[in-house]
Design a protein around this ligand. Structure first.
Ligand code: ATP
Length: 312
C-alpha cells in the first residue's frame, strides 16, 4: 500500500510545494495523477470553526485502480460525528489505511460516497479539504530541509515562537534545543540522521502547528523503543484531545480504544461493528468481543495481536 501510505504521510500543503520538495522522485508521478482527482474549483465546506467537522463514509465500494477484481471495501459505512474520536481496528490488509486515503480523496469510491463536513469530498476544493485534515502516519515523510521548514510545511506563516510551542507539545523541543543549530538543523540527506521516534515527533509538531479540525492518525509505533514510544503516545493523546477535533485513529493501543467515542471493526470490506469498547464487549458473539477476550486472556493488554487473531 505504498501509494496510500505515502499520500497519508503528507500533511496537506499545496501539491506544488510537495513536488518541489521531492525533486525527481518517481513518486511525483503518483502525486500528479492524484491531483487530477481533486477539483481546484470545488466548493468550500461550510464554516466549521464552531461545529467541528463530521466525517462519513456511506456504502463505500472500492478497489484500487488496476485491480478491479480485488475489491477492498464492499459497502463500508462509517460515521464519525464532529468532535468525536473513532478508533479503527481490523486485520492487516482489512482496509484501514484505504479508509484514510478515501477521506483525503486520494481515490474516489467506485460506488457510495464520502462526506467531510456533510459535503461529498469530491466536490470540495482540494486545498480547502486538505487544510481541514491533518495526518500523522506510521512512516512520516521529512524533507531534506531544516527542522524549521519541516515543521511549518503545512503552516507557512508560523513564527519560530509558534514552532517552539508545537515542538514542545510534540515532546521534541528538548531534543531540538540541544542541537547546535537548533531549528536551522538540516535533516535527512546531508543532514543529521533522526531516529524513528524523533522523526515521528517532528511530524506530530507539524500537525500540531496545522491544528487541523480532522486528524487522521496511524498510531502504530512498533519501530520505537519504549521511552520514545511513550513520548510519541503522550504527544498523540494531546493532539487527539484538541477542542472540537474529529479524530480517526488506526488504533494500536488499548487505551486509545477504550477512550474512543466509538470503535469501528473493519472486516471483509465493511464495518462489522461500531460502538464504544464497553458496548462492543457486551455483544455475546461479537467479532470484537471474541477477539478481545482471547487476547486479554492470553496476551496482555496490547491490541497489536488483534490483527493476527482476526486472520486465524
Ligand atoms: P495494515 O494494518 O497492514 O496497515 P490496512 O488495514 O491498513 O493494513 P490497507 O493498507 O488499507 O490495509 O490495504 C487493504 C488492501 O488493499 C490490501 O489487500 C492491500 O494489499 C491493498 N492495497 C493497498 N494499497 C494498494 C494500492 N496502492 N494498490 C493496490 N492494492 C493496494
Amino acid at each position: 500500500s505504498i501509494n496510500a501510505s505515502f499520500g497519508m504521510a503528507l500533511i496537506s500543503g499545496t501539491y506544488a510545494s510537495i513536488i518541489q520538495a521531492l525533486g525527481a522522485s518517481t513518486r511525483v508521478f503518483d502525486l500528479m495523477d492524484r491531483e487530477s482527482l481533486l477539483p481546484h474549483d470545488g466548493v468550500l465546506a461550510p464554516d466549521t470553526t464552531e461545529t467541528g467537522v463530521s466525517v462519513e463514509l456511506r456504502d463505500v465500494h472500492f478497489a484500487y485502480p488496476g485491480v478491479p477484481d480485488r475489491p477492498v471495501l464492499n459497502g463500508l459505512s462509517l460515521n464519525v460525528p464532529a468532535g468525536t474520536c473513532a478508533a479503527i481496528v481490523g486485520a492487516s490488509g482489512a482496509g484501514k489505511s484505504t479508509i484514510a486515503a478515501l477521506v483525503q480523496y486520494y481515490y474516489a469510491p467506485i460506488k457510495g460516497q464520502v462526506f467531510v463536513a456533510g459535503v461529498p469530498v469530491g466536490e470540495i476544493q482540494h486545498e480547502h479539504l486538505h487544510s481541514l485534515i491533518g495526518v500523522v502516519s506510521q512512516e512520516p515523510v521529512l524533507f531534506a530541509r531544516s527542522i524549521r521548514s519541516n515543521a511549518r510545511f503545512a503552516s507557512p506563516d508560523a513564527t519560530d515562537e509558534d514552532i517552539w510551542r508545537a515542538l514542545e507539545q510534540a515532546n521534541v523541543a528538548d531534543f531540538v534545543r540541544d542541537l547546535e543549530k537548533g531549528l536551522d538543523t538540516w535533516v535527512g540527506e546531508r543532514g543529521i540522521k533522526l531516529s524513528g521516534g524523533q522523526k515521528q515527533r517532528i511530524a506530530i509538531a507539524r500537525a500540531v502547528l496545522m491544528n487541523p479540525q480532522v486528524l487522521l492518525l496511524d498510531e502504530a509505533t512498533s519501530a520505537l523503543d519504549a521511552e520514545s514510544e511513550q513520548l510519541v503516545n503522550d504527544a498523540l493523546d494531546a493532539m487527539m484531545s484538541g477542542r472540537n477535533r474529529t479524530s480517526i485513529v488506526i488504533a494500536h493501543r488499548l487505551s486509545t480504544i477504550q477512550d474512543a467515542d466509538s470503535v469501528a471493526v473493519v472486516s471483509e470490506g465493511v464495518v462489522a461493528e461500531q460502538d464504544t469498547h464497553d458496548n462492543l464487549m457486551k455483544i455475546p458473539d461479537g467479532v470484537y468481543a471474541n477477539l478481545m477476550r482471547r487476547q486479554l486472556a492470553g496476551l496482555g493488554a496490547s491490541t497489536d495481536d488483534l490483527p493476527k487473531l482476526a486472520q486465524q
